[in-house]
Design a protein. Structure first.
Length: 144
């Protein structure tokens, strides 16, 4: 799933970067980039709805032996599309609010680097809070 998300992210960025060469005017580049990302977002929302409908029908109509595997596959696909949706929303926000012209490719490089740093900090913070209760369970309450 992580590889698929990376491939999706890279392809979206490459397509956006290629728009720079197609149209040199910054406001048109911004508008075209936002349209492209919105189209990707609409496709992703449609796929999420399809996954939800399939998940509901599988739960209602499947045999007990097959249901667990099918539901797990659908949940994995849904999680991937939710992550794609979050990525697209963040990228749309970056372009819409912070891109004021210039080289879109360079802007995307900086934006994606900043987004990765924020994700990493969020991951580190989450790990810190997840590990603390585990340490307390193993070691007991802190000494006064």
């Amino acid at each position: 799933m992580a590889l698929a998300l990376k491939i999706f992210s890279l392809s979206a960025v490459l397509c956006l970067g290629s728009l720079v060469w197609a149209n040199p005017r910054s406001h048109e580049v911004k508008a075209e980039s936002l349209r492209y990302l919105q189209d990707l977002r609409v496709q992703n929302v449609k796929r999420l709805r399809d996954i939800d409908e399939t998940l509901r029908s599988r739960i209602e109509n499947s045999q007990p032996a097959n249901i667990e595997n099918e539901v797990n596959q659908l949940k994995t696909a849904k999680r991937e599309h939710i992550l794609r949706q979050e990525f697209l929303d963040r990228l749309i926000f970056q372009i819409d609010t912070k891109f004021s012209g210039g080289d879109l490719r360079q802007f995307l490089e900086r934006s994606l680097t900043e987004m990765a740093k924020v994700d990493r900090l969020r991951f580190v913070q989450r790990d810190r809070f997840v590990e603390i209760p585990e340490v307390r369970r193993r070691c007991g309450p802190p000494l006064a």
